[in-house]
Design a protein around this ligand. Sequence first.
Ligand code: MTE
Length: 349
Amino acid sequence: MIIKTSKAIPSSEITPEAVFRKRRDFLRAGAVVIGSAASGFLPGEAGAQTAADRELLSARSPVKISNPDSARWWQQKFDGRKDLPASGPFTTDEQLTPFSDVTTYNNFYEFGTDKGDPARNSGKFVSDPWSVEIAGEVGKPGTYALEDLLKPHTLEDRIYRLRCVEAWSMVIPWVGFPLADLIKRFEPTSNAKFVEFQTLVDPKMMPAQSSRFATIDWPYQEGLRMDEAMHPLALLAVGVYGNVLEAPNGAPFRLVVPWKYGFKSIKSIVRINFRADMPNTTWNDLQPREYGFYANVNPQVDHPRWSQATERRLPSTLFKPQRIDTLMFNGYAEQVAGLYEGMNLRRNY
Ligand code: MTE
């Protein structure tokens, strides 16, 4: 079991922002699209986890929040508190995926299907101001400015594995707070059995939403069973690597469900809807035989077109593929297996 409960080093102290930004100069155009090529390799410099990366990761300077804009944004949105972020209880000591991969190798179909498209095509994306609608079976429905939604929460660092259904994975230092804390505040009724999430629709800022070739019926939407949503591992992220989320990672706030395939971790959320019935979800609607509602990481249940037994831990190259075994529930079985007791996970994929 890889999760530790020991005190972690805040992600904000790991890599100074200036160094991140220099390293973002090269965009990588990965050719793998969801549902098409689990065996592809990420093009990029050989052995991307270089000495420079190792140096970055070990250079744990006493930077609090390295980018002053991030500091300002958080202080504005989180009631002016200065003690952010704190180390959270869930983390892993696996080697972090470099910032350049985390922010330039993305699935965010609103900006295009190529892995480099979100970084390339998100220049017009504006995530401030932002508002979120809380709807459905809930005591306090309404449309809330993001700062009002975030204010009472305390941010923490969470280093999580992210396992994409395409069989690549990363280790990402998020900044966020438990989804459960937000849910409790809005007082779901006893009818609320599921939570549905939707991403912004705005073709002016998200160009692929107006593309004739888009197969997705926007908005991108996802859902969780209520007990899954209340699990302490389910995170609402507002930052990555110690700074505010950038567009390719789902600015200004997104879901991260680390024991499920990455497509459950919906980005740039504008609506959270509490429901009595199971919501439709984007990939399940598109290809129900290939993508289920549950989408728990499961090395024993293959995708119809490829094995899920192993994964490529990014950065991965032809010469250094970094292929590793996939773990049940992405290594979080100890925490979440109880949610699925007695359930046939082959049928409920
Ligand atoms: N959210 C939206 N709105 N649109 C998307 O295309 N892609 C999903 C998920 N969230 C997606 C999304 C998929 S397939 C994955 S693997 C993760 O985001 C990737 O998150 P990352 O790019 O931050 O690593």
